[in-house]
Write a protein that binds this ligand. Structure first.
Ligand code: GDP
Length: 487
């Protein structure tokens, strides 16, 4: 490093890590500079600066981590681009129920376990990596867009590529369309796996044609969406699908800096009777090591054990690697972010501060866009568009509403329909609204009880109408700051 960003009170071990030197070497160096210390002894500012100067490095004291600012800290770590290496893609599989997501994940898992690892007991930890040729791909083992979007709502954008599974005998179904919109809202490219081509009534061509209505145009029709016909059950063309995932990833030029403190997101977490809190983490930046002091969401600890999906102990995990860790003092939530701190004291302080902060977070949810605060939000947050989700009883109404809402233009701010479909307002709609700060408009439909509860918790605004004109009028009035408040 050219600059040593240190904290008062660090010891030779901490400094060794930062300087990429053995702690013993640091101790020796300090001895030569006239200081007799052991590896664990705290050093004062003067000592650290003297040491840095001796290495020819500029020393800068880290501002006493303003722990309430941990998100900023996280982002700085995340964007540390001094050094970059390619990393494997992280893939999520989505699609309509029964179209073959689980079958595909299982096939991939079982066909690609390397012989050396077969001894271990494979466990479902929410994610796994497989080798294809000399390359690696990380799969999130939590199919379904609700999980995907719930994580995004908590701030974790972890998917690089979405594989959309569509059964060739069933075609495009409501959750297929939902999945497309969720992937689009997250900004990930979509690869279509047309599944079940072994079935006699499979019609992959029909799936292709139908998906063009949703902006997924295959290459042979002049578009840029990759389609692969597969049978997840028999494994037909699954290797080709992996090739295509790698091809798509190459275009994305996925990179990360493995030489910084580890940072990433929680994939899943649970309380184990024997081991205590257990969390599956996806490393997104830096390298995570056993022993690292870590803050995970509102909790903290030290990485006590770290295992891969085969239950094998590993010492270090680089970007895009999923690992299961123990050593936290509480169970975090899926989608929480984690970051490694240089010493346990700051990690603890940050963790405790975050726990307090999460109450503030809850209050922050009140900033979520609603029709009532739309005008103010537009002004305060310099919004360029108003995100809306439309649910209606029949397709004709969906289209009429979407068409009219898209035409609204208030001083250059437009309505962006991120999802529109037939059916009750469901949990997945609420999750998408939460993640994308959208308002839900229902026409002649109601929310499901679960969606209603979730919307109340997440402060997502659901508006129900029986007259299309009223819906359009309300949105426009709200954007102009002229909506009559509802009490
Ligand atoms: P999910 O709900 O999307 O996870 O779907 P599943 O993976 O559970 O698959 C639903 C059903 O379709 C199961 O009975 C599978 O055996 C079957 N299935 C999945 N893929 C294929 C396939 O490629 N060919 C055939 N014939 N059946 C399949």
């Amino acid at each position: 490093p050219k600059v040593l960003v240190y904290q008062d009170g660090m010891n030779a071990q901490d400094l060794g890590k930062l300087l990429h030197r053995e702690p013993a070497e640091i101790v020796k160096k300090l001895f030569m500079l006239g200081m007799m210390v052991n590896q664990n002894q705290s050093l004062d500012k003067d000592a650290i600066e003297l040491l840095a100067t001796d290495y020819g490095i500029e020393a800068k004291e880290k501002e006493n981590v303003n722990v309430s600012d941990i998100d900023k800290f996280f982002n700085e770590e995340e964007h540390n681009t001094d050094y970059q290496e390619s990393r494997p893609p992280v893939v999520t599989i989505m699609g309509h129920v029964d179209h073959g997501k689980t079958t595909l994940l299982d096939y991939l898992r079982h066909s690609h376990i390397t012989a050396g690892e077969a001894g271990g007991i494979t466990q479902a930890i929410g994610a796994y990596q497989l080798k294809h040729g000399d390359q690696t791909i990380t799969f999130l083992d939590t199919p379904g867009h609700a999980a995907f979007t719930a994580m995004r709502a908590r701030g974790a954008d972890i998917t690089d590529v979405t594989v959309l599974v569509v059964a060739a005998d069933d075609g495009v179904m409501p959750q297929t369309v939902e999945a497309i919109d969720h992937a689009k809202a997250a900004g990930t490219p979509i690869i279509v796996a047309v599944n079940k081509i072994d079935k006699p009534n499979a019609n992959p061509q029909h799936v292709k044609e139908h998906l063009m209505n949703y902006g997924l145009v295959p290459e042979d029709f002049g578009g840029d969406t990759i389609f692969v016909d597969i049978s997840a059950k028999n494994g037909t063309n699954v290797d080709e699908l992996l090739n295509m995932i790698l091809l798509q990833s190459e275009v994305l030029e996925l990179k990360a800096n493995p030489k910084q403190n580890g940072a990433g997101s929680v994939v899943e977490a649970r309380l184990d009777k024997g081991k205590g809190p257990v969390a599956t983490l996806l490393v997104q930046q830096g390298t995570l090591h056993v022993g690292d002091p870590i803050v995970v969401g509102d909790t903290f600890g030290r990485v006590r054990t770290m295992t891969n999906e085969n239950g094998k102990d590993i010492k270090d995990a680089k970007p895009s690697t999923p690992v299961e860790i123990t050593g936290l003092n509480d169970v975090p939530e899926a989608g929480d972010r984690f970051i490694v701190f240089n010493n346990e004291k700051t990690a603890r302080a940050a963790g405790e501060e975050r726990a307090k902060e999460s109450q503030i977070e809850e209050r922050k949810q009140n900033n979520r866009v609603t029709l009532d605060n739309l005008f103010d939000s537009m002004k305060q947050e310099d919004m360029k568009q108003v995100n809306v989700i439309i649910k209606a009883d029949v397709q004709g109404s969906v289209e009429a509403l979407a068409g009219s809402l898209k035409k609204i233009d208030v001083e250059g701010v437009k309505v962006n329909v991120i999802h529109a479909s037939v059916g009750a307002v469901n949990e997945s709609d609420v999750a998408l609204a939460e993640a994308s700060n959208a308002i839900i408009i229902g026409f002649n439909v109601r929310p499901t009880p679960q969606a209603k509860t979730q919307a109340e918790t997440d402060k997502v605004d659901i508006r129900l109408y029986q007259v299309i004109y009223n819906a359009i009028d309300d949105v426009e009035a709200a954007m102009k700051g002229m909506l009559d408040p509802t009490y």
